[in-house]
Write a protein that binds this ligand. Structure first.
Ligand code: T4K
Length: 369
């Protein structure tokens, strides 16, 4: 029998029975948006789950990044990694600033603090770092650099839902952190995201900026944007939250099986050891290097031939994209580590209900290419 196609991820959904009462509530109140009652409950439940106090829910992480940069009035240069999803740099441009690319650390594939420091100019206003695959950045070193140079430190935490280090939520680091609740993420509300603020004043300022700058019916003091999440999306998120411990545990089980089967193969490097404090098994990235019988693209294609759709997150580098490649900081000789990672990385399919038979198909191809 032909086995099904397997994609890099597959969203989890709340049981329909848990969503139904929330839909009935929406149908009865006719409150569909604008900081409605379900959104407010979702916000409180998220705060409790993540272990933080101040969350602004938004309609996606890209808009959350943009709102965060605009909140701080960032309009000059922002240091950021080229090894990320394109949204990270696009948000900087939409805010009216320029990305300045700095190389990444070869172990974590996150911003290398030494490269960040070397990229600072008199125009630098902020660092926008990414917890790539949910692996935390060197937040201590980045905070020290930000403090020393008077820079804002913003984390693109799109992948880092629920990640803790030393018992502390990683999204509590920096001046602001932004989560994504896109369908492809550990936790989803179909589309959505959240900004984690250090204090209530910042949260309220972000909420206002994301609601057109409205203070009250007759007072609008700034040029705001609409970043609101609908009650429908909030209902999905609220109903899904109770499933999250089990979903992350199931991800860990899938990652553990990959680790057992693949971590000793010559020429492969598995990046995220499972079940470690500090990540959420968002992805299972491998680096396909010298000593492995196929190139990364060869392995990618070999899997595709079997209807197994691994993905090259993140290739090409953002700094190679047409709208960024002429920036001085995009010069290839400045970004050796990122370039190598982009050429070698492959994310294997990983989601909570990945069928073990399909996982063994993937392992078979990777271990006997
Ligand atoms: N920062 C970082 C570091 C990010 O990774 C992202 C998003 C952002 C910021 C921005 O967050 P948002 O503004 O989106 O909240 C996907 C996602 O669209 C994107 O959200 C994500 N990162 C990125 C890593 O991946 P694509 O274009 O590669 O996704 P796509 O449509 O090819 O989906 C991948 C696979 O997932 C499909 O083959 C099948 C499965 N899938 C996808 C969707 C959308 C489903 O099974 N159901 C679905 O509804 O970008």
């Amino acid at each position: 029998m032909k086995r099904p196609q397997v994609f890099v991820t597959r969203p989890i959904l709340p049981p329909l029975a848990d969503l139904q009462p929330l839909l009935e509530e929406i149908w009865s109140t006719r409150i569909l948006s604008n900081n409605g009652p379900i959104l407010r409950r979702f916000e409180s439940a998220l705060c409790a789950y993540l272990g933080v106090e101040h969350i602004s829910i938004v309609n996606n992480a890209s808009i959350g990044l943009l709102l965060s940069l605009r909140h701080f009035g960032i309009a000059k240069e922002v240091i950021t990694p080229p090894f990320s999803f394109i949204a990270t740099s696009h948000a900087i441009r939409w805010a009216g600033a320029e990305p300045v690319f700095a190389d990444i650390d070869p172990v974590t594939l996150n911003l290398d603090p030494a490269a960040v420091e070397a990229a600072i100019t008199p125009r630098t206003e902020a660092i926008l770092a990414v917890h790539c695959y949910g692996v935390p950045c060197d937040t201590t070193a980045l905070a020290a650099i930000a403090r020393k140079h008077g820079l804002k430190l913003i984390y693109d935490a799109a992948h880092a839902f629920g990640v803790r280090r030393g018992g502390r939520p990683v999204v509590a680091e920096g001046d602001l952190s932004i989560l994504s609740f896109h369908a492809t993420k550990v936790f989803n509300s179909f589309e959505g995201g959240a900004i984690i603020s250090p204090d209530r004043e910042t949260k309220l300022a972000l909420d206002r900026l994301g609601n057109y700058g409205i203070v009250d019916e007759v007072t609008i003091l700034e040029t705001g944007l609409n970043t609101k999440m609908s009650e429908l999306n909030a209902a999905v998120g609220l109903a899904l939250l109770p499933q999250m411990d089990a979903a992350i545990a199931a991800r860990d089980r899938v990652a553990t099986r990959y680790w057992e089967a693949l971590s000793q193969i010559q020429g492969l490097r598995c990046l995220c050891p499972p079940k470690q404090e500090g990540h959420n098994s968002y992805a299972f990235p491998i680096l396909v290097g010298k000593g492995y019988p196929l190139s990364r693209d060869g392995l990618y294609q070999r899997l595709r031939d079997q209807d197994l759709f691994a993905r090259r997150y993140f290739y090409p580098l953002i700094s190679d994209m047409p709208m960024y490649r002429s920036l001085p900081s995009a010069a290839p000789e400045r970004l050796h580590v990122a370039r190598r990672a982009a050429d070698e990385v492959l994310c294997l399919p990983l989601y909570p209900d990945l069928d073990p038979i399909d996982q063994e198909r993937i392992i078979d191809v990777v271990s006997r290419p």
